[in-house]
Design a protein. Sequence first.
Length: 358
Amino acid sequence: MNEHAVYPFAAIVGQEKMKLGLILNIINPTLSGILIRGEKGTAKSTAVRALAEILPEIKAIRDCPFQLSPAEEHDVCRDCIRSECKERVLDGKPLETLKRKIRVIELPVGATEDRVVGTLDLEHALKKGEKQVEPGLLAAAHRNILYVDEVNLLDDHVVDVLLDSAAMGVNTIEREGISFSHPARFTLVGTMNPEEGELRPQLLDRFGLCVNIAGVPDPEERVSIMERRLAFDEDPRGFCGRWEDESASLMDKIEKAIEAYPEVTAERSHLLEIAQYCLDVGVDGHRGDIIMLKTARTLAAYHGRTKVIGEDIETSADLALPHRVRRQPLQDIVMDVKGLRRQRNCGYDSDRRPVQVL
């Protein structure tokens, strides 16, 4: 166990939708991240750090500022600020590797674009005729979790850059006609308090999943939260030890889902159901359909199935569509997507085709 104990993911009371959304993004990073909307003190940052703690270790090149794995291409090493790495790559020598935990990289609200993206040393380029890169937070986030608290308070352009990298898995640094790209595949987790301002709809749509959370309303569960937190504060290692079996079981389930995801299939009837769902609730564009399908397949893999079922589609709609439903000006995000659909459709016929209310 680490020197500083982290509150166990399995011990978090409630917030099931948030926990599921985080797990699905770990299984399938192409979901393009999750936006968690809600009030302070609802275990958002605790859940992110706790999930990272139980994930399997990854193999990485020692001290690599780009977090590269030994299996990745080493073209970026030619422009690295670490000369010893560059020399070994150019000489064809193996690089020293290690196994480490997945990290949570936090992006501060006041971060500038250069701090996020990275910079190129123009003086070095002019003097020596070679590129030298100063990596940014996106380099540190590669193969890790990028946690952005109060994402709605970030500059829109910085949010655009984050979402582009999350979608494409690549970060490009450009300056004065010089360009450099490096891998940037990470799990993006954004949190925000809607009372402090909303994200623009164009940016909302780029987040794969969205969940709305609030304090737990059940008194018994609130007591459990207090009891568990006190027990953790008094004896962190002992408390974590009591949750080791559940944590190991969850980690095993996630690893199996990652392996199984490529084999999961969805019938064409399920694709039609997804398309109709998006049309019924008023989703613009096609990103919602695609993310909903990916989410349904990821859910199937997480539950140990190789085929998507109707329940996967219902759950994926709840996670992938709320922030994409067409809204009137000043209207809040529709969180009850299923209820909205029921308002517009009385149900389905025997072939699962929507029946319109007249």
